[in-house]
Design a protein around this ligand. Structure first.
Ligand code: PHE
Length: 453
């Protein structure tokens, strides 16, 4: 059997795992969710959740992959005597497929908005015109479908390049460019008159705004943003070198994730306040609100191009990890060559993404409980599938996998002495995190199926 590929040095590993984690979740989802949930108070809770819940989950999922040395499903099978546990891995593969169904559509929008920016398409348009252009675009069918397909093909091409030459190389180049673009945008933002109001909104917490629902939203956002509960960290864990320090990787990646999310907020909200736009504009924030902002501000032309490039880069490094969950599964479980496996997955994704776009067309009958497929799949994964996946992975890590195996992975076979950190992680994974997820899961599921009237 050929030797399993591994990521290179620690910088390469952090770039790849960071590439998965930093995505549309940080730049598109985080600012609007923070906007809707009171800004700074939300961010504070979000940081606590990332620290005490998401980092231990990430460490455990990476450990399952590195100990199992296989795809999400194979890793569970190899590490337990009961075959039923491989179902958790399979659930991850299915979740990755459903997330990609809408992720590719929204990433496709970023291509369209990039092109629009280059041709100076937002200039001189009124807010109404910008909004109706957006609606006309998403309901046109063939345009968003072809862009989603283009995005799937580009992601697939990276995957076909393999783990080191494709995935790692692309991430090493794209991640630093992204960080530079974002810092540049924040610097530009400091020159706006809404800078102080924007930063106050994001950094000055009003503790009375911390409610149960804010906490739940923060946890859900953290799962999505840290790519948890669906096998991405398991498959990437399986490519991490045995000598690499897991705490360093998870710590650096979590810091990057939170920093990029907050920086995106700092790049966006001062502009939102400068031009008197509602911070709680919802999912449209990036695609309707921001073009308005760009149309009105000096330097908006260049900035809008740069912003949509950033959004596209962030999306593609994440989608690669989502697709790798599926490709490694087909490749290893069915012994199909990597290139063929990628082609099969690309065709399946093309079909489901097209269905997602079609469900947004006027008069479409593709609807589930009153939602179009993009909304439904987004909710289904973040509210239901990811928490369930994370819960079972924690039960596996805390109760099924031997304490010794988990400790061996976390210390890289005794190479790194993190005794206290390892014990705290173990305690959180075994008791606290399952309890918190269960609570989140029960309340969110009730809310999902019985919407408040
Ligand atoms: N974390 C990615 C983001 O923030 C999304 C993602 C979820 C990627 C799950 C992989 C797995 O956009």
């Amino acid at each position: 059997m050929s030797k399993r590929s591994t990521f290179g040095n620690i910088f390469g590993t952090i770039a790849v795992v960071g590439g998965s984690v930093v995505g549309l979740g940080n730049i598109w989802r985080f600012p609007y969710v923070a906007g809707e949930n009171g800004g700074a108070a939300f961010i504070l809770v979000y940081i606590c959740m990332s620290l005490f819940i998401s980092i231990p989950i990430m460490l455990t999922e990476m450990s399952i992959g590195r100990a199992g040395q296989s795809n999400a499903m194979g890793s569970f099978r190899r590490l337990s005597k009961t075959r039923a546990w491989q179902g958790v891995g399979l659930l991850g593969v299915i979740t990755a497929f459903i997330i990609m169904s809408f992720y590719s559509v929204i990433a496709g929008w970023s291509i369209k908005f990039f092109a629009e920016s280059v041709s100076d398409g937002f200039a001189g348009k009124s807010p109404n015109e910008i909004e109706s252009a957006f609606t006309a675009f998403i309901s046109s069918g063939w345009k968003p479908i072809s862009l989603a397909l283009l995005f799937i093909v580009m992601s697939g091409a990276i995957i076909m390049g393999g783990v080191t030459k494709g995935i790692e190389k692309a991430n090493k180049i794209l991640m630093p460019i992204m960080a530079i673009i974002l810092v540049g945008m924040v610097i530009k933002s400091t020159t706006l008159s809404g800078w102080s109001e924007g930063t106050k909104f994001l950094l000055n917490p009003d503790f009375s705004k911390i409610t149960w629902s804010v906490a739940l939203q923060a946890l859900g956002q953290s799962f999505f943003s840290m790519s948890l509960g669906m096998g991405a960290m398991i498959i990437y864990g399986s490519y991490i070198k045995k000598k690499s320090n897991m705490f360093k990787i998870a710590g650096m990646v979590a810091i990057s994730d939170v920093t990029i999310a907050v920086l995106s907020g700092l790049a966006i909200f001062p502009a939102v306040f400068t031009f008197g736009i509602e911070p709680a504009s919802g999912p449209q924030l990036v695609f309707i609100t921001l073009p308005n902002v760009f149309a009105q501000m000096s330097g908006g032309y260049i900035l809008s191009i740069v912003f949509f490039v950033l959004l596209f880069f962030a999306a593609i490094t994440s989608s690669v990890s989502l697709i790798e969950v599926m490709v490694s599964f087909v490749h290893e479980e069915f012994r199909i060559k990597r290139v063929q496996a990628t082609l099969i997955i690309m065709i399946a994704l093309a079909l489901i993404s097209s269905a997602c776009v079609m469900s947004q067309m006027p008069g479409s009958t593709i609807r589930v409980i009153g939602l179009d497929l993009i909304d439904f799949n987004d909710k289904l994964t973040s509210v239901f599938l990811m928490p369930v996946g994370a819960l079972f992975s924690m039960l596996f890590g805390g109760w099924v996998l031997s304490r010794k195996s988990l400790f061996n992975e976390l210390s890289s076979n005794g190479l790194f002495k993190h005794d206290t950190l390892i014990k705290i992680t173990y305690f959180l994974v075994k008791y606290i995190i399952p309890a918190v997820i269960l609570l989140l899961f029960i309340t969110e599921t009730i809310k999902f199926f019985i919407p408040a009237t």
